[in-house]
Design a protein around this ligand. Sequence first.
Ligand code: GMT
Length: 377
Amino acid sequence: MKVGITCYPTYGGSGAVATELGIALAARGHEVHFISYEHPFRLPHFLPRVFFHEVSIGNYPLFEYPPYDLALAVRMHDVVLSQGLDLLHVHYAIPHATSAWIAKEMLREQGRRLPVVTTLHGTDITIVGQDHSYQAITRFSIERSDRITAVSQWLKDETIQAFGCSNHRIDVVPNFVDPTIFDRTRHGEGLHQELGGGRPVLMHISNFRPVKRVRDVVRAFAKVRAARPAVLVMVGDGPDRHAAEEEARTLGIAGDVRCLGKIDFVAPLLAAADLYISASESESFGLSALEALASGVPVVGSRVGGLPEVIRDGVTGALVPLGDTDAMAAAALRLLEPAPWAAASAAAAADARARFATHDVVARYEALYAEALAPGG
Ligand code: GMT
């Protein structure tokens, strides 16, 4: 198959999933064409059967807001025709599903059918899509897609509740992880020693947006730190990074908190972690949490959104009430004890492989593509 993939290329789970999907599809013999304004951050520069088509946004002094969605629709239309694409798979509804619908309509005028698969990821449904400025077009574009997928059952339910797309089939296709890359056994002790100097390493990876509640991560860590030596390694960057650093200074633990900034390839870091902390107030899935689990890192997370579908409470980690940093610290301290840690670490790696391995999930997308391509599909 020749598949066009559109996603946000910058840091973020939806771009990471879309890119890993494209790489996996190419490895399975498909031809994959990424269409976006920038090279996706997880895409190495050359891979057989993987191509990148940049959307250039023509500007004009009249445009205070250059219309990216239109430039994207035109580029999608061009690439479908020039490369003979079979279908488009867009990640994150806004504006990608809308641009895909425009491209599809332009092609229909020319007698060309273009199936569109839309994957809903999170805030496209829970926040941005429900903003009055976008709600009607988001619903319209989702409903015009030939196949709709959501990354968790929770997100599917939210979509139906927020948009009422109840007459439309939504398949739950979870995010996935490559267990050969996120594999603790591939990495030595060196990085763990470097990061923690012999102390347990707690880790958090995100884009530091308000929804991630990174100050709660620091507060929970401070309570762990009060009970035993440990370090907190924070990876990523975003609007609340400064607030997290400030919180660490205020709590007097700045010396034990290391903010590493944005790092593209996090597998070695996760393999050097003992515990992963997610304090998000909403998380449709939690890709970093899954990558941590696959790396044998138990996760302490807030009981929100799709996280309970990813973390098995009491088995691969712990779920605590949102904002309850006491409960978070207590769970972390329990899990840092040698026997509970060993059991949870082994269970986490095994569960991630059993339920979310790349091969199985990508096969489900292939099946959906085949359905959408079938006559009348
Ligand atoms: O919806 C977002 O916040 C953006 C998106 C992203 O690009 O990071 O994150 C969402 O999609 C990820 C991949 O499917 C999920 O793992 C994240 O849980 C989800 N974020 C939220 O729901 C806040």
